[in-house]
Design a protein around this ligand. Sequence first.
Ligand code: HEC
Length: 110
Amino acid sequence: MRARYLKPAILASIYLGISQWSGAAVAQHADASNLYKRGLAATCANCHGTDGKGVVDGGMPLINILTSEQMLAQLKAFKSGAREGTIMPQLAKGYTDEQLEIIANQLGKK
Ligand code: HEC
């Protein structure tokens, strides 16, 4: 008799436990995904400055003035060889199209 009343409570606590656990997993996944995106974009900072803001007297093109769309177009042009350059053609070839898209979304203007 008593067990019948307990069951819903046990089920509810199991449900809560699972939903909390999966919530944490989703949050952790979001963190890892953000870290991955930021990590990809950080590979550009040596030359173009943090977040593409440029380096004083760096002599490098300022890239944070481009929209994400414009930046992706340039990165793909470097990758395909449509646009020539000293550094960017080799560099762009090292990334998949998906990675270039992530980078352009991270660094370009919205
Ligand atoms: C070692 C230095 C270096 C690194 C690292 C670097 N770039 Fe470049 N970037 C250049 C240079 C130099 C140019 C001018 C084109 C050329 O000579 O390759 C350029 C040009 C560009 C342009 C064209 C700008 C315009 O005005 O059209 C974009 C966009 C760009 N880089 C994005 C990136 C992104 C995104 C990354 C990171 C994945 C990156 N760059 C990493 C040196 C660098």
